[in-house]
Design a protein around this ligand. Structure first.
Ligand code: SF4
Length: 390
């Protein structure tokens, strides 16, 4: 029998603590959180808008990195109505550098939907919240419980690790069996009173004490109910994710100059960083003869020749590559990218194609547009060079 009286016959359900252990767990955690919970900008509120923005930003991103973005974003878009009325470029500009830009586009779409269909209010119910773009089961549970004190469970990266250890679950926590067990526990552990605060306490313990490496078990308030600790297996649980194989890639980005402007293009819906502005960028496939390791001087004629066709196809113009401006190294998911940034002089062709997704832009206007991180680095380098007159 499960703690709430429902019949669950799966062997894994036996891992869920009995009523007495559950009571101890709740009491110890609540006391610990009252004494040790951090004050974070999105905690001292029940405003679903602020909670929603913080939760989306915190996906795949650390608290320290999110705080300045959160504050700037809320200053620019203080309400869901202001966000809905904004232009997508403005939203992406405020998100620039946080990565995973589909999060920003979904936030914008959702704000528009909430204003158009619900006068800017949020559903209270986690199932209804999940119907909105970009809101999954975890985010829905966080909004429903933190903002409305609904008894909605949560499982995210920190609680996934914490629950796996508390239950001593050494299977794959991302498998369907693992997910079923963890969500089942997340539901069972929630108290009737203040479930939102309790969910925050679980996340806090996971992120500050039950850390991925070297969890601080001696100061953990839950060590007396933790199976992994009892079995001294806290370093083995949860089972690590298989590491993706890293693939090296070489790309080129071309700053094509015409007078005092450069050609920029807005990346298409099907491209990485959709909606962001960028200099024309190309992957240099393995068919490039192995001369990409040459000096800058020797690279210029090679890349000029190899990129004429792709540049024409992508932008409709021809240009002469004149110099390597810089090289940047960065990673995107499992790709480790070496980006060769080139400068070129415009020769012929019309890139505008009747739409506004390709534009000649003066360096002093770059700051108004949302760029990818490497696009911004190149843009700022060109501006600095322009200002220094070199
Ligand atoms: Fe995590 Fe250790 Fe606490 Fe168990 S005792 S929940 S492993 S910090």
């Amino acid at each position: 029998m499960s703690p709430d009286g429902e019949c669950d016959e799966s062997p894994e359900s036996e891992r869920i603590p009995d009523r007495n252990r559950m009571t101890r767990l709740r009491r110890n955690l609540s006391r610990w959180y009252a004494a040790h919970g951090r004050e974070l900008p999105w905690r001292a509120t029940h405003d679903p808008y602020r909670i929603w923005i913080s939760e989306i930003m915190l996906q795949q991103t650390t608290v320290a990195a999110v705080i300045p973005y959160f504050e700037r974003f809320l200053e620019q878009f203080p309400t869901v109505e202001v966000l809905a009325a904004a232009d997508e470029n403005e939203v992406l500009r405020m998100w620039e550098g946080l990565g995973y830009y589909s999060r920003a586009r979904n936030i914008h779409r959702t704000a528009r939907q909430l204003v158009a269909e619900r006068k800017g209010t949020f559903p209270h119910d986690a199932v209804e919240l999940q119907q909105l773009p970009g809101i999954g089961r975890y985010t829905a549970g966080a909004i429903a419980s933190f903002a409305f004190d609904e008894r909605a469970p949560i499982v995210e990266a920190n609680t996934l690790r914490l629950y796996s250890r508390l239950l001593g679950y050494d299977g794959d926590p991302r498998s369907s069996e693992g997910q079923k067990l963890l969500w089942r526990f997340a539901e069972a552990v929630l108290p009737k009173a203040n479930p939102g605060r309790f969910n925050q306490a679980l996340m806090e313990l996971g992120s500050t004490v039950c850390t991925p490496a070297a969890p601080d078990c001696p100061s953990c308030p839950l060590r007396t109910v933790c199976r992994a600790f009892a079995e001294n297996r806290q370093e083995e649980i949860p089972r690590p994710k298989p590491r993706p194989k890293i693939t090296p890639v070489v790309e080129a980005s071309i700053a094509v100059r015409r007078g005092d402007t450069y050609l920029l293009r807005q990346r298409r819906a099907e491209e990485r960083w959709a909606g962001l502005w960028d200099f024309p960028r190309f992957e240099l496939g393995e068919d490039q003869p192995g001369h990409l390791d040459r000096s800058d001087e020797a690279l210029v004629p090679v890349l000029h020749q190899n990129l004429q066709g792709p540049l024409k196809e992508l932008t409709g113009i021809a240009a002469e590559v004149t110099a390597v401006v810089t090289e940047l190294r960065h990673s995107v998911t499992r790709y480790r990218i070496r980006l060769i940034c080139l400068e070129a002089e415009y020769r012929s062709g019309d890139p505008t194609n009747g739409d506004e997704t390709q534009q000649w832009c003066r360096p002093e206007d770059f700051e108004e547009l949302a760029f990818s991180v490497t696009g911004r680095k190149l843009a700022r380098l060109l501006v600095r060079r322009e200002n220094s007159g070199s």
